[in-house]
Design a protein around this ligand. Structure first.
Ligand code: UTP
Length: 312
């Protein structure tokens, strides 16, 4: 087997979308959270586009029960296209085709939602013996921020695994996987986001026990050794097989693990407040909607009572 530090660059992406989405109930009783529209397209479409932009146009989605609509979304829709063609609506034909043409999308089912590590393990035969990226299906990175590209460059340089990090502040770190880092940060391949060598990881630590305020967010570039590590990872927090536990096992075996500290715009679309922020922000910046939305938003905000005042 080739060494984890001496391989060709990643070409494939895995997008786990089998989670239950309990934070977004009741909407997610019938609609997968990954399909909730952010302006006019599902969160998941932005993520597939991000993957393709970074050169990973072969994508495996790990789905589960109640997620069939995701397969439909990435399938062709000849009846719809024919109806639009009859109307001569080329703009909408293009919009519909965009969702299917952007990448080659494959599917595998997780069977039971036994955690992110278990979801990633379902991709073992698709991935084979090469590094690959994991993009969480509800974690949206602004298209102008080239996080995944930078992570792929770091992985090509150092080998091993690379995780995306965000400084969430000491008060919020107990909701995330947290990393300990080498205190001598390394500089990245010319980009603004800082690259750090990771020395430890702990899932959802108490504030006073957290080694840093750097949280792992939903982008990973992993060495294929991760699959054996997941197979030997017992269920952790919440009875789930945690991906961070398996990455930590590799780290302890001497596999290099780096972090890219992201400084751009990121939205957790599985969280109601973050979802709302994503919709407003992206809509405001759109050429078709922004000019009408911005003045309305300004006047709406101007009419809001100050925080703490009682609502009419
Ligand atoms: P989350 O931690 O957001 O979990 O998963 P969740 O169950 O989907 O959502 P909540 O917390 O109940 O609202 C992060 C990503 O990992 C996937 C999810 O679909 C999401 O994209 N996932 C999680 C799986 O594919 N399988 C799992 O067993 C767990």
């Amino acid at each position: 087997m080739s060494s984890p530090t001496n391989r060709r660059p990643a070409r494939k992406a895995v997008i786990p979308v089998a989670g239950m989405g309990t934070r977004f109930l009741p909407a997610t009783k019938a609609v997968p959270k990954e399909l909730l529209p952010v302006v006019d397209r599902p969160a998941l479409q932005y993520i597939v586009e991000e993957s393709a932009r970074a050169g990973l146009a072969e994508v495996l989605m790990v789905t589960g029960r109640g997620k069939a609509a995701i397969e439909d979304f990435f399938d062709r829709t000849p009846e719809l296209e024919a109806a639009l063609e009859k109307k001569g609506d080329q703009a909408r034909i293009d919009a519909v085709a965009e969702s299917t043409d952007v990448a080659q999308v494959h599917f595998v089912r997780q069977g039971e939602a036994k955690g992110l590590g278990h979801a990633v393990l379902q991709a073992a035969s698709f991935v084979g013996d090469e590094p690959f990226a994991v993009l969480l299906g509800d974690d949206l990175i602004d298209a102008r921020d080239l996080l995944l590209e930078q992570m792929l460059a770091v992985q090509a340089e150092h080998g091993g695994c690379v995780v995306a990090l965000l400084d969430v502040g000491a008060d919020n770190i107990d909701k995330y996987g947290c990393v300990a880092v080498d205190d001598a940060p390394q500089t990245g391949a010319g980009d603004a986001d800082q690259v750090v060598a990771i020395t430890g990881m702990v899932e959802k630590p108490k504030k006073e026990e957290a080694p840093s305020s750097l949280a792992i967010i939903g982008r990973y570039v992993l060495a294929p050794e991760i699959f054996d590590a997941i197979r030997s990872t017992p269920p952790g927090r919440g009875g789930e097989i945690q991906l961070t536990d398996a990455i930590l096992a590799l780290l302890e075996q001497g596999v290099p693990v780096h972090g890219v500290v992201f400084s751009g715009r990121r939205y957790d679309t599985g969280d109601k407040l973050d979802y709302l922020k994503a919709v407003v922000r992206l809509a405001v910046e759109r050429d078709d909607l922004g000019p009408a939305l911005r003045p309305w938003l300004r006047s709406f905000v101007g009419d809001l009572p100050p925080e703490g005042a009682s609502q009419a």
